[in-house]
Design a protein around this ligand. Structure first.
Ligand code: ZN
Ligand code: ZN
Ligand code: ZN
Length: 283
């Protein structure tokens, strides 16, 4: 038995095996929807998925291209029909998955800070036989006029926009189980900007946040219109967490490290020589 849950527990479903492999999608829409450097999906036939709860508590994003659905409670990505199959985010699954490796798709769309060195097959765009929409630029209304050194970011639908100046204080690729379930992905890529370097440009009132009751600090945020990831700003915390996937231009530099690698998904192999820490890095 394979079970799927979002971070807040509203979305619950079961899958019957066997699962149809792994596809790691680097398209800009998946990155913005998940708030992760790439999305990892498995596929099953329609009858292999059973919803237990939450099917009526979904945000359905603007219908550009294929349907995208997210949990109203925490923003995690929900399974969705694609042709005769269900596309299921692997980051939300537990049980005997029997998954490993996989193939990269839309690898040509990934940001330049994301190095792909895991030796898996790569498709620059869609794999052969894939019926989903082609990649299109997602910056709504074109690039925004910004000063040099200022990096703009936006959610999947473009209603939430913001900007950062200078470099982040920390930039961590996090494998903790909360990031995996909130981002519905192998790992998050979380930039921590000093609050003074971050500003909202639009849609701040559309951002919803979820903090698990047992969590001291962990909070995830999403756009209430599209369900896509959004920055997390908290009272009395001097840093704003910005998912790197939301940036619309290059921030320069690369992430600092992989963290909470002891909690990583068993189907995921850390692909490069960036420093790794079992949990948090030393201060
Ligand atoms: Zn949820
Ligand atoms: Zn995609
Ligand atoms: Zn949005």
């Amino acid at each position: 038995m394979i079970s799927g849950t979002c971070l807040c527990g509203v979305l619950r479903y079961e899958l019957d095996g066997p699962l149809r492999g792994l596809l790691h999608c680097h398209c800009s829409r998946c990155r913005k929807h998940h708030g992760a450097p790439f999305a990892s999906f498995t596929r099953v036939a329609e009858h292999q998925l059973r919803w237990l709860s939450g099917q009526d508590q979904l945000i359905e994003g603007p219908a550009a291209g294929r349907t995208r659905r997210s949990c109203q409670g925490c923003g995690a990505v929900a399974p969705v029909e694609l042709g005769e199959e269900q596309l299921v985010p692997a980051g939300n699954l537990q049980g005997e998955l029997g998954l490993s490796g996989g193939e990269h798709m839309f690898a040509g769309s990934r940001p330049e800070w994301h190095v792909l060195a895991d030796g898996l097959p790569q498709h620059e765009a869609a794999p052969p036989g894939w019926t989903a929409e082609a990649e299109r630029p997602t910056v709504p209304g074109g690039p925004l006029p910004l000063m040099e050194g200022v990096v703009p970011g936006s959610c999947l639908c473009g209603a939430v926009t913001f900007a950062m100046s200078g470099a982040p204080a920390r930039w961590m690729q996090c494998h903790c189980s909360r990031c995996r379930r909130a981002r519905s992905a192998a790992h998050g890529s979380n930039m921590f900007y000093p609050a003074a370097q971050f500003s909202w440009r639009s849609g701040r009132e559309l951002v919803r946040s979820y903090r698990p009751p047992e969590a001291a600090r962990f909070t995830t945020s999403f756009c209430s219109l599209c369900g896509g990831a959004a920055p997390t700003e908290r009272e009395n915390v001097p840093f704003v967490l910005v998912p790197a996937a939301l940036l619309d231009t290059s921030p320069g530099g690369r992430p600092d490290a992989y963290i909470f690698v002891a909690s990583k998904a068993e189907w995921f192999t850390v692909p490069d020589d960036m420093p790794q820490f079992a949990e948090l890095p030393p201060r």
